[in-house]
Design a protein around this ligand. Structure first.
Ligand code: FMN
Length: 393
């Protein structure tokens, strides 16, 4: 039986469909990962905001329900504790927002910080032995990478430039997740400093493909079969989708977040460091707009988040998304249109063309390419993604 023609990611990670559900701290769930795994893709858990015991419990539930491979995701940033002066500066920046919500910026309770992958997390992973571990913001210390490799755990990490992709290849990654600037959530940048210089996926992916030998996973702005075809054509062997999965019922996000996603346009997101201290793509709400998207006053990642959390909570309690953290990519709207037309349906991990599921055991990319070009020949091409074009796939 024919298979996906490009099997590099499938063979490396042991899945059937080259689609990875992006780990999404604060939004993914066991149900989501399980649904993706069962559909033949790679389900992921973001561990950055969870205790190791919580991760252990999630992995146990997943393993009770499936023996398919899955991915645990960790951040590997360097913690640089801010000075008291830095904290006061950030507090002053946020004060008007605190006043609006009737909160006191001097009495902020401690909250859980996003923690980097360390020796303790490494011991935990060695014990749990997930088939795949992915990292954001580079890689942990070489000794920790070696320990994972000794356990035969596949290692992925995100690159936002050719230089970062080459670095990851040289430092032990099995595959690189190439992240275009369209992506929702945090930029994975770790050598790059300037978010304004970050490239889009269409420009970045073929340049990485020309200079890196290990398999590539495309991420950022992919939300339907057209994006998958394009990513493969540009050199990817797999795709990772985040925002598209936020629309699935298994994503654990508040109703206000879901509503904002349903309403956002292609220009409704921006890079902002106002939630965590690192640039991340979010829906522009009142807080992001009034805060000016990026601020030098923001504490370094992840410390900025502690002082923002009371604002986010107050906003949600008041049934307003004014100050909520609404991570989303530029292609959110595609998912909405495709949803309403039953194009890429809400089955996590599944790729649907029209109403027909792809035969993933067949030459799926070939099917995608053929059906796409046939439909385009049959029907008049319409450039509006919300119009005819969305219905073509
Ligand atoms: C809500 C949300 C949370 C995210 N959290 C993480 C995370 O914890 N770890 C990570 O590696 N990437 C995270 N990302 C980034 C994704 O891995 C991926 O790069 C991005 O979703 C791809 O772009 P797309 O949203 O347009 O599909 C997150 C993205 C979103 C939308």
């Amino acid at each position: 039986m024919q298979q996906w023609r490009n099997r590099r990611i499938l063979d490396l990670l042991g899945m059937e469909t080259p689609i990875i559900q992006a780990p999404m701290a604060g939004a993914d769930s066991v149900r989501l990962a399980l649904a993706v795994c069962k559909a033949g893709g790679l389900g992921s858990f973001a561990c950055a905001l969870k205790s190791l015991d919580e991760v252990r419990a999630s992995v146990q539930k997943l393993r009770e329900a499936t023996d398919r491979p899955f991915n645990l995701n960790f951040f590997c940033h360097v913690m640089q504790a801010p000075s008291q002066a830095d904290i006061e500066r950030w507090r002053d920046f946020l004060r008007p927002f605190y006043v609006r919500w009737g909160l006191d910026p001097e009495t902020v309770p401690p909250s859980r910080l996003r923690m980097p992958f360390d020796k303790e997390a490494c011991r935990f992973v060695e014990e749990i032995r997930p088939p795949v571990v992915s990292f954001h913001f580079g890689l942990p210390a070489p000794a920790l990478v070696d320990r994972l490799k000794n356990r035969n755990i596949r290692i992925l990490s995100t690159a936002t430039s050719v230089a970062e992709a080459k670095w990851l290849e040289e430092h032990g990654c099995d595959a690189v997740i190439v992240q275009g600037v369209e992506a929702g959530g945090h930029r994975g940048m770790f050598l790059e400093k300037d978010p304004a210089r970050q490239a889009g996926l269409f420009a970045l992916l073929p340049q990485v493909a020309d200079q890196v030998k290990i398999p590539l996973i495309a991420t950022g702005g992919i939300a339907d079969a057209r994006g998958i075809v394009a990513a493969f054509a540009l050199g990817a062997s797999g795709v990772q989708m985040g925002t598209a999965y936020l629309f699935c019922p298994e994503a654990e996000i508040p109703p206000l977040y879901r509503k904002a996603l349903e309403e956002v346009s292609e220009s409704g997101t921006a890079l902002t460091n106002l939630f965590s201290g690192r640039p991340a793509r979010a829906i522009v709400n009142r807080y992001v707009e009034e805060g000016g998207l990026m601020s030098d006053a923001a504490l370094p990642f992840p410390y900025a988040a502690t002082l923002v959390l009371p604002l986010r909570n107050a906003s949600e309690r008041a049934n307003s998304n004014d100050c909520m953290q609404l991570w989303a990519g530029q292609a959110a709207q595609l998912r909405r249109f495709s949803n309403s037309r039953g194009v890429l349906r809400g089955v996590p991990g599944g790729v649907f063309l029209g109403k027909r599921p792809l035969n993933v055991r067949g030459s799926a990319l070939h099917q995608l390419e053929n059906r796409y070009s046939q439909t385009r020949r049959r029907r008049k091409f319409h450039p509006n993604p919300g119009g005819q074009h969305a219905g073509l796939l």
